[in-house]
Design a protein around this ligand. Structure first.
Ligand SMILES: Nc1nc2c(ncn2[C@@H]2O[C@H](COP(=O)(O)OP(=O)(O)OP(=O)(O)O)[C@@H](O)[C@H]2O)c(=O)[nH]1
Length: 448
């Protein structure tokens, strides 16, 4: 086996094992050896790893992990439906302190008040800035007609703040406070959606990713849950409410497709929340709720849909929810807002331009411009000709008039002379007009 060393003469060099192939993007690794001539050292190069764009996802991954993530979730539902408990269970934190620790002065608000709590959560080195927006007071009053209004105002004010940041000269530090997901808690009545639920969801669905949840599902039997879900879905379809559905991707593998289908089949998620650890009859320590008749396990897919909800919200579709908020919900809101402010979109910027058609259009426009200029010049020319003709006609008439005048004068002169001639011939003296001779002006043709 023989190795060869090639020098290109411009400082580049490549080592070719067996003289067969060249390697680029490599680094020198082995100590230099001598060539046959014994002058130039052989640089042995070795590939340190895979060189190609297939590594791009890893770069994105590293960058995202360094930057951390931001996620804002809103919880809407009547009080006591287990919203705080579910959030604590979902993100495995005590974001909401236990209610017994709250001071007695912590009274119910008299209107729907919006509260938000943020926490930095870290899991396997990945940082997540989680913000939960709570809506205490929603649906708690005798008249709940406008309960949804403060919620919508809050969502829109977050869009406003984002739009304002986008319009700044310096957009380096945009803070995204928009709501990425809205968990809508439905009371486990077993009937169907209440009018307040329908109205609120109708108001919300165009502004947030709506995820309906049947709260405290452990209070219903499996059959009741199935029937309740069917009725809720029918109501949602009837009222044309859009709930969040993950978009299907064409090149997704079978496992991912099956997972997406399974998650979709569980909507609305019937969940049980508990941040307490209890012991099962078989001695396992689980997060759940202990009843005299047994233990409901939060993380057991046979007991409730909590795992699927977490899968959707955290594991599989968190980025999808953020993207959908930005690309669809915010974009639609922004368009409407700008139009309402009188900003008009120039639709020609979206037109695809075919260079041949463009040249043809420009040629037609140019020809039209030339034709217009020509017509204008013709008009000016005609006008000038008419003016000149009028002037010539006028001087012709003047000449004729003078000619006539002179002719008459000459005729008169001729007649006078003939008269004189006749008198002289008849021997009659000339009239005394001789003495009163008038000075005749000399005849001058062409002068006025
Ligand atoms: N049976 C049952 N009870 C639950 C569940 N989740 C929470 N609870 C209980 O319901 C009560 C109210 O729970 P919270 O989490 O404070 O409810 P909330 O919706 O945050 O209430 P507000 O803060 O008043 O809006 C507590 O006693 C919880 O232990 C559940 O899934 N099933």
């Amino acid at each position: 086996m023989t190795d060869s060393y090639t020098s290109t003469g411009n400082g580049d060099a490549s080592y070719t094992p067996n003289g067969s192939s060249k390697m680029n993007g490599s680094s020198p690794s082995l100590p230099p050896a001598s060539t046959e001539a014994g002058t130039s050292p052989i640089i042995r190069k070795k590939l340190m790893g895979f060189v190609g764009f297939a590594n791009l996802p890893n770069q994105v991954h590293r960058k995202s992990v360094r930057k951390g993530f931001q996620f804002t979730v809103m919880v809407v539902g009547e009080s006591g439906l287990g919203k705080s408990t579910l959030i604590n269970t979902l993100f495995n934190t005590t974001l909401y302190p236990p209610k017994e620790n709250l001071p007695p002065s912590a009274e119910r608000p008299s209107t729907v008040a919006i509260e938000s709590i943020s926490a930095d959560i870290e899991e396997s080195g990945v940082r997540l800035r989680l913000t939960v927006v709570d809506t205490p007071g929603f649906g708690d009053f005798v008249n709940n007609d406008d309960s949804w209004k403060p919620i919508i105002e809050n969502i829109e004010s977050r869009f406003d703040s984002y739009l304002e940041q986008e319009n700044r000269v310096n957009r380096q530090k945009i803070v995204d406070n928009r709501i990425h997901a809205c968990l809508y808690f439905i009371q486990p009545t077993g009937h169907s959606l209440k009018p307040i639920d329908v109205e609120c969801m109708r108001q919300l669905h165009t502004k947030v990713n709506l995820i309906p949840i049947i709260a405290k599902a452990d209070t219903l039997t499996d059959e009741e849950v199935a029937e309740f879900k069917a009725r809720i879905l029918a109501d949602i379809a009837y009222h044309n409410i859009h709930i969040f559905q993950a978009p299907p991707y064409e090149n997704e593998d079978e496992e991912a497709l099956a997972e997406a289908e399974e998650i979709a089949s569980k909507i609305p998620f019937a969940v049980v929340g508990s941040d307490k650890v209890v012991t099962t009859p078989d001695g396992r320590q689980v997060r759940g709720r202990a009843y005299p008749w047994g233990v409901v396990e939060v993380d057991n897919e046979d007991h409730c849909d909590f795992v699927k909800l977490r899968q959707m919200l955290v594991r599989t579709y968190m980025e999808e929810l953020r993207e959908h908020t930005n690309n669809v919900l915010y974009e639609n809101w922004r368009t409407e807002k700008l139009i309402s402010m009188g900003v008009v979109q120039d639709s020609s910027v979206f037109k695809e331009v075919n260079p041949a058609i463009r040249i043809q259009e420009e040629r037609i426009m140019h020809e039209a411009k030339l034709a217009k200029m020509e017509a204008e010049m013709k008009m000016v020319f005609q006008q000038k000709v008419q003016e000149k003709e009028a002037k010539l006609k006028q001087s012709e008439e003047e000449l004729y008039a003078r000619h006539r005048e002179m002719k008459e004068a000459l005729e008169k002169q001729r007649l006078d002379l003939e008269d004189k001639k006749r008198r002289i011939e008849n021997g009659r003296p000339l009239t005394p007009e001789k003495t009163t001779q008038t000075k005749r002006r000399p005849f001058n043709m062409g002068r006025p």
